[in-house]
Write a new protein. Structure first.
Length: 149
C-alpha cells in the first residue's frame, strides 16, 4: 500500500458493510492526527431464511424450457443500502465544509457502492481510495497504516 498525504482537515472515511468511521486529520501532512468525528453502525442483519421467500421462482418461456430465477441476495442489498447511507452522510459533511479532500478506505465491493452513491461534488473531492478493511483497527493503527512508507 502506498503512503497517503493526509492534508490538514482531510476527511478519512473507513467503513465496511456494518460500521463506518468518519475521521478528520487535526494534524498536518508530516504529523497526521486522526480524530473520530462520527461513527455509523448498520442495523443488525437477519438470517437469510428470515429475509425472503421460501425458494427462487420459475419463469415460463414461450419458445424455450422453463428458466429458474436467481434468488435475491438480501444481504447484498443491505450492504449497498448502508454504503448509500454512508455516502449520504459524507455528502452532507462535504457540503458543510467544501474544499477538504476525502480519502475512502473500504473493502472493494463497499468501495464500489460508495463511489456509485456519492454526489458529484463530493466525488470530485476524493483524493484517494484504499480497497482494504481497516474498521477493526484502532485509530492510531489506521493512521500508521495509511501513512507508513
Amino acid at each position: 500500500m502506498t503512503p497517503l498525504r493526509l492534508h490538514h482537515d482531510a476527511w478519512i472515511v473507513v467503513c465496511d458493510a456494518a460500521k463506518a468511521l468518519f475521521l478528520r486529520n487535526a494534524g498536518d501532512v508530516r504529523l497526521p492526527d486522526l480524530r473520530v468525528i462520527e461513527r455509523m453502525d448498520a442495523a443488525d442483519h437477519r438470517r437469510t431464511s428470515e429475509e425472503g421467500s421460501d425458494r427462487p421462482g420459475l419463469l415460463q418461456n414461450r419458445s424455450a424450457p422453463t428458466s429458474a430465477i436467481e434468488q435475491t441476495d438480501w444481504h447484498r442489498q443491505e450492504k449497498d443500502a448502508f454504503a448509500a447511507q454512508v455516502a449520504g452522510r459524507l455528502d452532507l459533511l462535504h457540503r458543510q465544509d467544501r474544499g477538504s479532500p476525502i480519502i475512502l478506505v473500504a473493502p472493494p465491493r463497499i468501495l464500489g457502492a460508495l463511489r456509485r452513491a456519492l454526489a458529484p461534488a463530493a466525488s470530485a473531492s476524493v483524493a484517494g481510495e484504499i480497497a482494504r478493511d481497516l474498521t477493526k483497527h484502532p485509530v492510531h493503527e489506521i493512521e500508521h497504516l495509511l501513512t507508513a512508507e
